[in-house]
Design a protein around this ligand. Structure first.
Ligand SMILES: NC(=O)c1ccc[n+]([C@@H]2O[C@H](COP(=O)([O-])OP(=O)(O)OC[C@H]3O[C@@H](n4cnc5c(N)ncnc54)[C@H](O)[C@@H]3O)[C@@H](O)[C@H]2O)c1
Length: 325
């Protein structure tokens, strides 16, 4: 019965099969974005890929061609640069009325206690993780509506778009925002035959795990290293997330929670408000204890670098400072 239901849902999906469809993916140079590009390539999708990092983006393009993509085009661009996104959209729409699938995957992540986060940390995350997808939506969804073709919009948020995780205020500002945009567009775009998918991953084993910016924490301290190792141990692979994203597109699923712990946590949050609050308090105390222990005996940690921001160098992402959680 479940199989019949899934088959029906797939038939009704705006993009039941990615083969031959044009799919725009941001953040395609690394992690979840690259894995999703390759998963789509294996389904003979036509790929329009973009990322801040030009060279790794070209590598993804090469891999995608080898994996079977029907065609691949790349744009090295900063998703937070509205004019750059509009220029890319003009280029894309010069050759076609619209794309079939838009995937907002690019993102950065910096955590820290509110008294240590700098204004630039907040601003940059909102610019990249929220205003970036908004620019992409502005540039690519109206042409999809005008063309009268069915399509799918995918926004990658985070478990930090569902829960009040310790020290995630600036990151959550962007990821809750993207969740809000998705929740509204899910209903607004329905009448145009455009589906919306909101992806909230938990831990994913991407390059970010080693580079996530935690303001005021010595990442070399044993307790912090143990915390990072634990994060990696229960992280799912980017390929797992990619397959979940593709399946969600082909079945027009709205909410995708890619890890069992996040599925359980989300259920728990909605069913048990008080135990959820107590669990979050404990988690918060634990993280602060680890952070304080990391500072003992070590020099005051430097401020977290801001990927692509004022404190960063010219090509921060190339140094592996653009990262996500
Ligand atoms: N890895 C995790 O544990 C995790 C968990 C939850 C959510 N996420 C989200 O998943 C998405 C992908 O993250 P990932 O883990 O694959 O990280 P990643 O660092 O491997 O990939 C992110 C990509 O985004 C690109 N990028 C960063 N800033 C950009 C900008 N201004 N313009 C264009 N491209 C830019 C980077 O160059 C990089 O290629 C992010 O939105 C992140 O917030 C990741």
């Amino acid at each position: 019965m479940a199989a019949i239901g899934a088959a029906r849902q797939r038939r009704r999906a705006p993009v039941p099969d990615l083969a031959g469809r044009a799919c725009l993916i941001t953040g395609a140079a690394s992690g979840i974005g690259r894995a999703t590009a390759l998963a789509a390539a294996r389904r003979a999708t036509e790929l329009l890929l973009t990322d801040l990092q030009a060279e790794p983006l070209q590598e993804t393009a090469e891999l995608a061609r080898l994996a079977g993509a029907r065609d691949v085009r790349c744009w090295a661009a900063d998703v937070s640069d509205h004019d750059a996104v509009l220029a890319m959209a003009r280029d894309v729409h010069g050759a076609r009325p619209c794309v079939d699938v838009v995937m907002n995957i690019a993102g950065i992540s910096i955590w820290g206690p509110v008294e240590q986060l700098e204004h630039e940390h907040w601003r940059r995350q909102v610019e990249v993780n929220l205003m970036g997808p908004i620019s992409v939506i502005e540039a690519f969804i109206p042409p999809m509506i005008r063309a009268g073709r069915r399509g799918q919009l995918v926004n990658v948020s985070s478990s930090a778009g569902l829960f009040g995780l310790p020290w995630h205020a600036a990151y959550s500002a962007s990821k809750f925002g993207l969740r809000g945009v998705s929740e509204v567009l899910r209903f607004d775009l329905r009448r145009h035959g455009i589906g919306v998918t909101l992806v909230c991953p938990g831990a994913v084993d991407t390059p970010l795990v080693d580079t996530v910016g935690i303001v005021g924490v010595d990442r070399t301290a044993p307790d912090v290293r143990e915390l990072v190792a634990r994060f990696r141990r229960h992280a799912v692979s980017p390929e797992h997330v990619a397959e979940a994203i593709i399946a969600a597109v082909e079945h027009n699923r709205f909410l995708v929670l890619t890890s069992p712990d996040i599925q359980l946590g989300y259920w728990f949050q909605r069913k048990f408000a008080l135990p959820y609050e107590l669990a979050m308090r404990l988690l918060n105390d634990r993280l602060v204890a680890v952070a304080l222990a990391s500072r003992e005996g070590s020099a005051p940690p430097a401020a977290a670098p801001i990927p692509g921001g004022a404190g960063g160098a010219a090509a921060p992402a190339a140094r592996g400072e653009a990262h996500d959680a």
